[in-house]
Design a protein around this ligand. Structure first.
Ligand code: ADP
Ligand code: MG
Length: 702
């Protein structure tokens, strides 16, 4: 009965009807009462009263004070230039800050000092301040009194507004909704947790988040809803992990045999780093435990993840299993295939390649051999997860650059053998802890935190158009001493044509600067056929070309140790983690390598910060942290599709402490009561059950 009311289609809410319901569906993805209940306001405006500065206890809504500007000055240079004013009432002082319209504000303050200020106070370095507050003439306000109010503002869109759904209407609908359903909102946490953490009851939180009685309650409601969102995300991930480990037995790899030993002793071209050795041990232990492994292997670009995975694949083969390696692009999969085939050339193992482009005859032969168990290692793109690809006895799967594969694809791989294979996903995009906990929260983690010996840190510089001649001179120097150069151009969908044009123009420029017969320039872009791309890549790998121009297709994984220079054109148009990935294409051999970031002179503040981060550090984890700070988690490369970061109210960066706290709490709860059968956990069990029922991923593992 309760569930039914909350799941009522939004159409039936008084004042909505079929037309508005359609807008709700299309514009905001609101289908049911419950969806509207969870459509939180993005901001609250409190003009219900004039606050005293001494009343400030927490950040929260937009509120107003009345007082005087006692003092102001303009400080800082350029972008940091700002007007700072000290504003006091008879109870305290708060700082007001303007970055824009400085001149205008200055003139205003020269005329008058008494104001009502309206804005959102924030606490910074233990001092209260407001950025860009509204300045209201108190006498004006007395003359034309504005109604006093404290109300929510909802995100809306032009289309929605046209259809009658502006913020105000939405807020009215929410009031009427809450009136109807408040009593059926169920609690999700135990009384014990609620009391000990002094949380607001959920019913209270869900109404206060829309219509808070005061700021304090707004903050409490926000905290409670963030808490729920994060806790249940973690519960879900940990439960998934638990279910998998209970339900799935794992293949036991008990021996290290011929394949591994022969390769390790006779064909491995270098000594493994300590981190590689440690990780191999870690993973071996896991694959020998009788549990099915699902593990994430993190390691900065160039840390040698591939060879680590190959050694583990050999162990799987030693134990009588087949293995496969899956990569996100054709080029990358090809490269893995070529490298591994070459490395294993003297060994009696069969390695095959399969992608969407594999022609039907060859494809059939491979599929048959695979099913007969004649193929030891299958390498390819996500063509490997198709149902037609059947192994005789798949024991171990490696997924490279995993951020493009989601939980569902992982689950598809599990089903490729009666006992699911062990899965190792490798990512070269290091991500901060809170994010990893959330996006990959169902995986165990291994980290290669060391680069192979003898690597010299890549030298990164930021250049402008005026430096172009110098750039050409430098490229020439490097090429003349036997090295090779990548030049990368941006390619974004909206302006594909123009970008392609820029690439071709670049090609003309380069061939003119670096003419045959002494030099040869190659080119690779997304519009080429796979064979053409392969051909060009191969020419570069064989040193038949010295310069390779490309769009970002070379971004992931490509390994050409003789290349020492990475030139990135229009570097300001790339994301930070992408820039770092690209830089990782050089510095792979023993030679000093360089990354040269070309940009225009006009840069936004953010692109400036990105480029200076690149110049400032080579450390992928540091880069990831800066990236996250600059862009927010929703934008982090590849993670958006995962759907794991669609938080309504929590924020993985700002709420870091809460993420960690709820992760620990979720762990504790499940350790104490894995099946969630204890009386005190019944509400959690019920709510988790509802969440899980909604998600189809679970169908795959049960
Ligand atoms: P990534 O971790 O970015 O995938 P790769 O696996 O492509 O890195 O390795 C980068 C390069 O380093 C490759 O040329 C590989 O052969 C080499 N390499 C890997 N491990 C070592 C090592 N221990 N010592 C020297 N070179 C290594
Ligand atoms: Mg790699």
């Amino acid at each position: 009965m309760q569930v039914d009311l909350l799941n009522t289609p939004i159409e039936y809410l008084k004042g909505v009807g079929p037309k508005k319901a359609e807008i709700f569906n299309k514009e905001f993805n609101i289908i049911t009462y419950n969806d509207l209940l969870h459509y939180y306001p993005y901001r609250h405006v409190d003009k219900s009263k004039i606050y005293k500065i001494s009343e400030l206890t927490s950040e929260g809504a937009f509120i107003q004070f009345r007082g005087r500007v006692r003092h102001f000055e303009i400080v800082g240079q350029q972008r940091a230039r700002r007007l700072v004013a000290q504003f006091s009432d008879d109870t305290g002082t708060i700082e007001l800050v303007w970055f824009n319209s400085i001149k205008w504000i200055e003139e205003l303050l020269l005329q008058r000092r008494e104001f009502i200020v309206f804005g959102k106070p924030t606490l910074f370095n233990r001092k209260w301040s407001m950025t860009h507050p509204e300045l209201i003439d108190p006498y004006m306000q007395q003359e034309s009194p504005v109604p006093l109010y404290f109300h929510p503002l909802y995100n809306t869109s032009e289309k929605a507004k046209k259809g009658g759904l502006d913020s105000k209407t939405i807020s009215k609908l929410v009031i009427s909704l809450i009136g109807q359903i408040k009593e059926v909102i169920t609690e999700t946490l135990s009384d014990e947790i609620i009391t000990s953490l002094k949380l607001l009851p959920r019913k209270e939180a869900l109404s206060q988040i829309h219509y808070p009685a005061n700021i304090d309650l707004l903050n409490k409601a926000t905290l409670r809803l963030k808490f729920d969102e994060l806790l249940f995300t973690q519960m879900k991930l940990l439960k998934m992990k638990l279910v998998v480990s209970q339900r799935f037995k794992g293949h036991v790899f008990s021996t290290v045999g011929d394949a591994f030993n022969t390769f390790f002793h006779n064909h491995l071209a270098f000594e493994l780093t300590n981190a590689q050795k440690r990780v191999i041990k870690e993973i071996r232990a896991d694959m020998g435990s009788g549990r099915q492994m699902n593990r994430l292997l993190q390691g900065d670009v160039g840390s040698g993840k591939t060879i680590t995975a190959l050694l583990l694949m050999l162990i799987a083969i030693d134990n009588g299993y087949q293995t496969c390696l899956m990569a996100p692009t054709e080029i990358l999969a090809r490269q893995h295939y070529d490298n591994i085939k070459r490395q294993l050339a003297k060994m009696n193992l069969r390695v095959e390649f399969l992608s969407g482009a594999t022609r039907s005859a060859g494809r059939k032969a491979i599929l048959t051999a695979l099913q007969n168990g004649e193929i030891d290692i299958l390498i390819g793109t996500h063509a490997l997860i198709e149902n037609s690809v059947i192994f005789k006895n798949l024991g171990f799967v490696v997924i490279d650059e995993q951020h493009r594969f989601g939980v569902e694809q992982r689950a598809k791989l599990w089903r490729k053998n009666k006992i699911p294979p062990h899965v190792l996903v490798m990512t070269a995009t290091p991500i901060p802890r809170t994010l990893a906990m959330t996006v990959y929260g169902d995986l165990d983690l291994s980290v290669i935190n060391e680069l192979p010996k003898g690597r010299k840190p890549i030298i990164t510089s930021h250049l402008f158009e005026k430096d172009r001649l110098r750039l050409f001179g430098f490229m020439k120097e490097q090429i003349d001493s036997g090295r090779q150069v990548f030049v990368v151009y941006p390619l974004i969908e909206e302006s594909e044509k123009m970008d392609l044009f820029a690439l071709m123009e670049g090609y003309d420029l380069m061939t003119e600067r670096f003419p045959l017969p002494n030099y040869a320039v190659g080119i690779v872009h997304g519009k080429m056929k796979p064979e053409e791309k392969d051909y060009e890549m191969q020419r570069f790998i064989n040193k038949e070309t010295q310069i390779l121009l490309s769009t970002t297709v070379i971004e992931v994984g490509i390994d050409v140790p003789n290349a020492t220079v990475m030139v990135i054109e229009n570097a300001e148009r790339f994301g930070l983690s992408q820039l770092h990935q690209l830089r990782g294409r050089v510095g792979r051999g023993g030679e000093q390598s360089y990354c040269l970031l070309m940009s225009s002179n006009k840069l936004t503040n953010e692109s400036k910060q990105r480029l200076s981060a690149m110049v400032g550090t080579n450390d992928g984890f540091e880069i990831a942290n800066i990236d996250l700070r600059l862009r927010g988690p929703g934008d982090l490369q590849g993670t958006r599709q995962s759907g794991m970061l669609d938080f309504k109210i929590a924020d993985l960066i700002r709420d870091e402490k809460l993420v960690i706290y709820t992760r620990d709490l979720a762990k504790k709860i499940l350790e104490d009561d894995p099946e969630l059968q204890k009386e005190k956990n019944w509400r959690i069990a019920r709510h988790l059950g509802e969440i899980i029922k909604k998600e189809q991923n679970w169908g795959m593992i049960s």
